[in-house]
Design a protein around this ligand. Sequence first.
Ligand SMILES: NC(=O)c1ccc[n+]([C@@H]2O[C@H](COP(=O)([O-])OP(=O)(O)OC[C@H]3O[C@@H](n4cnc5c(N)ncnc54)[C@H](O)[C@@H]3O)[C@@H](O)[C@H]2O)c1
Ligand SMILES: [Zn+2]
Length: 355
Amino acid sequence: MLLYDKIKIFNEEGYKILENYLLDQVTSIRNTFILVDHYTNIHCLPHLISHVKILEKSNIIQIKPGEEEKNIYTCIQIWKQLEKFKANRNSLIINLGGGVITDIGGFVASVFKRGVRFINIPTTLLGMVDASIGYKTGVNLESIKNEIGSFYSPEFLIIDPYFLKTLPEKEFISGKAEMFKHGLIADEKFWIEMKTSTIEDYRKYYYQWGNLIHKSILIKNKIVDKDPKEKGLRKILNFGHTIGHALESYFMNYQKGKLIHGVAIAMGMVYESWLSYKVNGLSINSYQEIKSILSELYPIQNISDLEMDKIFSIMEHDKKNDRNKIQFSLLKKIGTCSYNCQVPTSLIKESFLQI
Ligand SMILES: NC(=O)c1ccc[n+]([C@@H]2O[C@H](COP(=O)([O-])OP(=O)(O)OC[C@H]3O[C@@H](n4cnc5c(N)ncnc54)[C@H](O)[C@@H]3O)[C@@H](O)[C@H]2O)c1
Ligand SMILES: [Zn+2]
């Protein structure tokens, strides 16, 4: 089944499908576990249960919030809880949270008793448009992001923009970076729509964001369905991430204070757009437009020479590299992206000076 068929967008219909799924004799779900973190337990669980009453009987497994918790030790805690409450092959795990929850919960499900079923109900913008879409699950190995993981598919997903009502603004802005990315790599019209969208009152107008979320999901989904295991085309989703991930790790390792994913990726997209202009045919006007739109919303920080060397050495250890060469996905024009691009070291370093 294509992933798209598994996406049940927008609440009422999705919740009804979930309820039927839980009651269905054929699926024979015997017990359900809902994985939450501290905040999604408070803000999201009551809404879910009010729509799917039968979930009142579920076992709730709560973990601490935050990227730091996305590690194998948290998985062990969750596996122990599953064992304690007698989870088996007829159990279902519902991941209710942002990308941290869907990444950990999906991974936990993929190996517990050699694989149990799970569904994703993302509650952050980033979770809705990115993390819960595309079969990738996993945890970090110390500061190496997503080093341990699996490709494992949820039974289905429910996207309910209602959850945006309680989402902190910085998290909303972070998710928006991935939506910009989807426009830049694959759909110019969507980039134009995103450029003119405003984050003001997103809590009040959460439902209207549903439309943009839907379009963003379709873009990612179309790419993933063509290349689920990232042998080629899917790599375009890494635009902004070669430099972005290195920045994120650098800030995490050197205690410079955390750089939220979307901000790191927005910075990465600005640098990598400059590289796209230098080596991949992106016009100077498009580069300047991207830089101006992104730097309006995201605080793009200056990087010193010393920092640059450290960030560069992190990039050299990126798991996406091939034969020790740093790999980039670079824009050809807005809406078209190439992958497996290599760039001279001197240019990568020069890109940091463009801000
Ligand atoms: N698997 C993939 O393909 C993929 C893709 C992109 C990102 N990711 C992963 O996603 C993770 C980041 O996800 P994220 O940005 O959603 O972060 P997150 O899961 O840490 O959530 C951010 C914060 O928002 C809180 N929160 C969640 N929903 C809320 C709501 N509705 N109201 C109030 N608070 C809420 C959480 O408790 C948390 O404190 C990273 O680990 C990244 O590697 C995975
Ligand atoms: Zn990302």
